[in-house]
Design a protein around this ligand. Sequence first.
Ligand code: GUN
Ligand code: ZN
Length: 440
Amino acid sequence: MSALDTERPRTRALRGSILHFLADPAALGPKQAYEYFEDGLLLLRGGQVQAVGAFEKLQAELTFDTELEDYRGHLIMPGMIDTHIHYVQTDAIASYGEQLLSWLADYAFPVEGRFGDSDYADEVAGFFVQELLRNGTTSALVLGSVHKHSADALFTAAQAQGMRLIAGKVMMDRNCPDYLRDTPASGYEDSQALIHKWHGRDRLLYAVTPRFAPTSSPEQLALAGRLLDEHPDVFMHTHVAESRDEVAWVAELFPDNRSYLDVYDRYHLLRERSVLAHCIYLNAQDRARLAATGASAAFCPTSNLFIGGGLFDLAAADAAGFRVGMGTDVGGGTSFSLLRTLDEAYKVLQLSGQSLPPLRAFYLATLGGARALYIDEQVGNFVVGKEADFVVLDMAATPLLARRCSLAKSLEERLFALMILGDDRAIKATYVMGQRRHAR
Ligand code: GUN
Ligand code: ZN
């Protein structure tokens, strides 16, 4: 490499249909919220977006040494963002027949116990990160197990792929098996050490992760709040109001609180960069608190159906004005694919007389997820200077998808077919910082 090459990284380019969002279609009206280039060009330099637009307009930017990849006939979109997933439950996916509290006891806790073995943690972390990429997911907010090295294993695997990933070791000091129990002091110290080691290293970020109110003592919840006060740009990640039995249990454990969400509020855990999975059994005051504090909800439809928790109310979330992203919630959720997740989200909303237009759905899986995680200055769309995480979608990945798309008369109709019929087979390639990390 010459000195000039090291100073000015070579421009790379991808040609194909390109879609990305600039705003929430529900807030702005669909036409102003997105850009679509039927024959588009995405120019990259040094892992960042240099330009995006119509091929016709941008082709003058191509030079003799631009490396051009031709994806004509395919759809290039920002990488999808999973706002809630448990990597330590990879091997608990598709476990039969329980509702939340017994599902945790019978399946989730035993499999998480295996993370006491660091070789197992390393192996699962490597598989998990590959599975994200195979499904077109380039960023995720991830729970580890209670074991400190579960977080080390995941960060190491994500770092090797150059991913922007947020994760944390679970804190839980009660109402769980002894083999999964930390203490307020050890949970605080281990989280503190992990923050120092990983938060802000390459593209990795740390989330303080009290599992949910029933498995943390008041003392531990207070220390989680202290960690956030000490590290204001660190994330908070937990569950709230997923099932009726869980809500009733929290009312018994915290009789003085106004609601389940109020427990977190009292310990100062609701803030910007706080993400709460499920948010099903909330009242108007709870929703107003999420909006006022800047906390976000992760909507996890495959999990809510599989575990039987209930139906997320997206219209109420929109009316209250808090941030929402899509979560797979594997292993309570049944797929790593955000396409499968959008399919189930559509059906969950149908059961409540609501809907999910396809443009909104793909916004939620990309820029909406980035906003929910407060990483939208870095990723989520193709605004110039953003990190070039993106996915190439094959609209003819299966005979049925090809057939249905060939009948579609609009972009919206093709996107809808993709979210209802698509899965990992539709992910032709996944790129992280402009580097191809998965290809079919
Ligand atoms: N609530 C507390 N822990 C969990 C978990 O592991 N999965 C789900 N779906 N809900 C939870
Ligand atoms: Zn979960």
